[in-house]
Design a protein around this ligand. Structure first.
Ligand code: IPE
Ligand code: IPE
Ligand code: MG
Length: 304
């Protein structure tokens, strides 16, 4: 008892959690939910799915959903299946993106890519497994009877964002265009689909599940679109530093189109635009501001 009192006194006064602690708590909750949904069996497909999902992703999309939902009064319990479904879809897209017929990338997050470890056939199926599991966990998500319509709307939103009018459509543009074909309009169209659609869906999911007003929804939408652009331009800048002498295929890249300096300026521009959209709609979310700011930090990609 004495020790407990002493320990309590030593922790007093409580230090308020800073935003990095809040983000880390959310990441831990995401990891544990992903662990829970990916642990049932141990076939080679389960192993391949776990291999990619637990290879060091930043969890940017599920964090967006959790912080966005927080703003509109949605509990973490309700948000989590949707947040993690987005992470599963994102991971499936990476497995397929790295395949020899796509980007032919031997490494992902600094580790051998899924097909390098398990073979192309298993990697293809593991991607399929992650995509279908995402929809299974969303349909299983428990929401109260009044929120069933919201749930269906969010599942449909995510399906559309991941599909041929969204991410898959963007991947088609990515493999169809060569750098020489590119102009500003094509590049923005490509980015808004390939990367932007899922990021936008991640923030909209949180808002739709909650009680966001039309003004909030439009603020969240502008924020999501802006940081989607910033996110891919930043990825392109980092990609432009990589050694491309190997077999990895060159794809359209913002830093190659505009030059590194202009690409970096655009990242700052879109991050600011995203923050401004939140301010205008009076969405006071330290988390959403902090996630946007992370896109300005080059060291964020150390695990890739
Ligand atoms: C990389 O996404 C691929 C893109 C869509 C640009 P992330 O940078 O979110 O990848 P991880 O999940 O953190 O590794
Ligand atoms: C990947 O884009 C986008 C999707 C998988 C939908 P990139 O090809 O530009 O990203 P990296 O460089 O492989 O992470
Ligand atoms: Mg790629």
């Amino acid at each position: 008892m004495k020790r407990l009192i002493l320990k309590t006194m030593m922790n007093f006064p409580f230090k308020p959690m800073n935003i990095e602690d809040v983000i880390n708590n959310k990441i831990n909750a995401i990891e544990s939910y992903l662990n829970h949904i990916l642990q049932e069996e141990d076939s080679v497909l389960d192993q391949a799915m776990r291999y990619i999902v637990f290879s060091g992703g930043k969890r940017f999309r599920p964090l967006l959903t959790l912080f966005s939902g927080d703003c509109f009064g949605v509990t973490q319990k309700v948000l989590m299946p949707f947040a993690c479904a987005l992470e599963l879809i994102h991971n499936y897209s990476l497995v397929h993106d790295d395949l020899p017929s796509m980007d032919n990338d031997d490494f992902r997050r600094g580790k051998p890519s899924c097909h390098k470890v398990f073979g192309e056939d298993i990697a293809l199926l593991a991607g399929d497994g992650l995509l279908t599991l995402a929809f299974e966990i969303m349909t299983r998500a428990s929401v109260d009877a009044n929120s069933l319509e919201k749930k269906n709307r969010v599942i449909s939103l995510i399906g559309k964002a991941a599909g041929i009018r969204g991410m898959i459509g963007g991947q088609l543009l990515d493999i169809s265009y060569s750098q020489e074909d590119m102009n500003k309009q094509k590049m923005y169209d490509l980015i808004s689909k390939k990367t932007g659609a899922l990021i936008l869906a991640a923030v909209m999911a949180g808002a739709y599940l909650g009680d966001a007003s039309p003004r909030h929804l439009s603020g969240i939408e502008d924020y999501g679109k802006s940081i989607g652009f910033a996110f891919q331009i930043r990825d392109d800048v980092l990609d432009s530093y990589e050694d491309h002498s190997g077999e990895k295929k060159r794809r359209p890249n913002m830093a190659l189109l505009f030059g590194e300096d202009e690409a970096k300026r655009l990242i700052v521009h879109f991050v600011n635009r995203g923050k401004e959209a939140l301010r205008k709609a009076v969405i006071d979310s330290e988390g959403l501001f902090a996630l946007a700011s992370k896109l300005l930090d080059e060291k964020q990609n150390e695990n890739e």
